[in-house]
Design a binder for this molecule. Structure first.
Ligand code: GLU
Length: 300
């Protein structure tokens, strides 16, 4: 696993999963990460989180890329695909295993549900050794310490989680032989030299897990900022799963997104071209203006 990047310069990213069209909620995350990178004269990368091939919706990756292009986003490097980095995830898993932190888990969901408190894995397989060869199917979990992990979110402020009490030993490699999001993205951020992760609030509770993996793998921890999650008035997450509408990419939509992000942009008709909007947004962008809220209701 090689990376030439250091975290000295600003490198941000947007990392959609190709499980549907780009919707308004993901436009907010794309815009916030892009504008913050450009306001810091930083680079901004596009990553397609396609590790979980079962969830990939055919053509959605191309739709997302087309929508981003139409909206005027410009990424600085070729698109990064998780599916091309399986060997890197394998290597990271090998390092964690060598560190004695990984164990096989044979429990079914039903068993866990029956025994778990608050959905936290009760450690049934904790003392099981990884078999050299086995026909049985198992997942691989990582043992978490009794430790508080906290960080200073660039938007939400202080955030703290006690991994063993609030999350428990979590899965790194699934029974169906897929690396999990948590492991994959920690490796991805490292390989791409990402210094700043600006994303939706639904992922704030994953951050301590990612920090824990970074510590175990010897990777630097990026700065994190979590923007409010766009929800419908009946509190449904505007995600691809709830069949949110494909976002339009006209100036009115871009201006609305920037306003929701708390930025003092002009009216859509005051910008002649899309590029004038972006140029202005980069000049005035202030992350501290993004509302410090978990959710934000969108009538869209
Ligand atoms: N691919 C993830 C998603 O679309 C986001 C990953 C991240 O920003 O950390 O929900």
């Amino acid at each position: 696993m090689h990376t030439n990047q250091t975290l000295k310069s600003y490198r941000g990213r947007f990392a959609p999963s190709p499980s549907g069209e780009l919707h308004f909620g993901s436009l907010l995350a794309a815009m916030a990460s892009y504008a913050d990178a450009r306001a810091h004269q930083g680079q901004w990368l596009l990553r397609i989180d396609d590790i979980d091939q079962v969830r990939v919706v055919p053509d959605s990756e191309q739709h997302i890329i087309n929508s981003l292009e139409q909206a005027g986003f410009e990424w600085d490097e070729p698109v990064y695909y998780q599916s091309q980095h399986i060997a890197d995830y394998q290597q990271a898993l090998g390092n964690l295993t060598a560190g004695g932190l990984i164990y096989p888990c044979y429990c079914s969901r039903k068993q866990i549900k029956a025994l778990a408190r608050d959905n936290i894995y009760p450690g049934i397989c904790r003392e099981t050794a990884i078999p050299d060869e086995s026909a049985d199917e198992y997942a691989l979990r990582i043992r978490v310490p009794e430790q508080n992990l906290s960080f200073n979110d660039l938007i939400q402020g202080h955030y703290c989680q006690q991994l063993d009490k609030e999350v428990g030993d979590f899965i790194i490699f699934r029974r169906d032989k897929v690396f999990t999001y948590q492991l994959a993205i920690v490796v991805d951020e490292y390989l791409a030299g990402i210094s700043h992760v600006i994303r939706g609030h639904d992922l704030i509770s994953s951050t301590p897990r990612q920090m824990f993996l970074q510590q175990q793998l010897g990777f630097a921890t990026p700065r994190y900022g979590h923007i409010p999650l766009a929800v419908t008035p009946d509190n449904l997450k505007l995600s691809k799963l709830s069949h949110a509408k494909k976002v339009t990419t006209d100036l009115t939509t871009l201006v609305l997104a920037a306003r929701i992000l708390g930025q003092a942009v002009l009216k859509a008709e005051d910008y002649q071209h899309q590029q004038d909007f972006w140029k202005h947004l980069f000049q005035i962008w202030q992350l501290k203006q993004v509302p410090k809220m978990e959710k934000i209701e969108i009538m869209y």
